[in-house]
Write a protein that binds this ligand. Structure first.
Ligand code: BDR
Ligand code: CA
Length: 315
């Protein structure tokens, strides 16, 4: 089993990414670090703890990370999509457990150093903690097996016409990670953006399947119902994209997403293009810095995620 660390901001789809990882025998979720994003850090941390307890894995350490972006706090929360509690109003049984003493940065460093195999880092929130790791411990970051990021878009954004939410919420951090990592050994990085995550979406019917698949899957369906309502209201979409679960699925089963090498420039200017990811797939002037998702096997990805959630009913 390959060790996986998750940096996240739960978040409805982050919750499903956590549950997918725990239910997957191919990997071992060795730690969860939290970042302020969809909601503030107190709530994302509480949610990470409660989701792990729900999954029966309260033993997995959770460490609290950055609440604020590197440089500029603009409007960087997404409560309209995830609800004030971050989970679409779904209340989980509270685990009572707290985060570990270590900060997110410390837990990342300890985990990567202690692991017997190189760790895969999955990032499903703003990249503040990951940028911090790259900036402060480049030699530790260099030991990662792979970095898989939910963020950005080759086409349009979702938070602004130019920017996807995770990149929008901390473009300077994303620049550090995706454009100018500055590591002694480059980490194989896969950026999975809206171009593929939007396509990996449940239709309202799919939520019915989850509802009849035990308590854990049914809680996911309830939270996704909230997400679906927000997508209907805000963008007139009648499907609910599984952004973060797809990224976790790709980390667990590499190849679900088809990715191509590209140079990725993150726009950190303050203006209408802030947080845009400019993806040069042609390699005209720059060396590739990441592999960028261009296609996805949608039926396989959806089946992968759904069946992992259904596993909880069989435990
Ligand atoms: C990303 O933004 C957040 O709201 C989701 O959790 C996901 O990580 C999608 O743009
Ligand atoms: Ca997220």
């Amino acid at each position: 089993t390959r060790p996986v660390l998750l940096d996240c901001d739960p978040g409805i789809d982050d919750m499903i990414a956590i549950l997918t990882a725990v239910a997957s025998p191919e990997v071992e979720l060795v730690g969860v670090t939290t970042v302020g994003g969809n909601v503030g850090i107190d709530t994302t941390t509480r949610n990470a703890l409660d989701v792990l307890a729900l999954a029966g894995r309260a033993d997995i350490p959770v460490a609290r990370g950055a609440d604020r972006p590197y440089l500029r706090t603009l409007d960087n929360r997404a409560e309209s999509v995830h609800g004030g509690n971050g989970l679409g109003g779904v209340t989980l049984p509270t685990s009572g457990a707290g985060p570990v003493e270590a900060t997110a940065l410390e837990l990342m460093v300890e985990t990567v150093r202690a692991a017997t195999e190189p760790v895969t880092l999955v990032a499903t929130g703003p990249l503040t903690n990951v940028a911090h790791l790259f900036a402060v411990y480049p030699e530790v970051a260099s030991r990662l097996a792979r970095l898989v990021v939910m963020g950005g878009s080759i086409g349009a954004g979702n938070r602004t016409p130019a920017a996807e939410f995770n990149i929008w919420a901390d473009p300077e951090a994303a620049y550090r990670v995706l454009t100018e990592p500055g590591l002694p050994r480059p980490v194989p990085t896969t950026l999975v953006g809206l171009d593929v995550t939007y396509r990996t979406a449940y239709r309202p019917d799919d939520l019915d399947r989850l509802r009849s698949a035990g308590t854990v899957a049914a809680l996911c369906a309830d939270a996704l119902e909230y997400y679906l309502a927000a997508y209907r209201r805000d963008i007139g979409m009648d499907v609910v994209p599984l952004h973060d679960p797809l990224v976790m699925a790709e980390a667990i089963r590499p190849g679900l997403v088809t990715a191509e090498p590209a140079y990725v420039e993150v726009d950190t200017t303050v203006g209408p293009s802030r947080g845009n990811t400019l993806v040069d797939l042609r390699g005209v002037r720059n060396q590739p810095t990441a592999e960028v998702g261009v296609d996805v096997d949608v039926p396989s990805a959806l089946e992968f995620i759904t069946s992992r959630l259904e596993n909880y009913a069989r435990r």
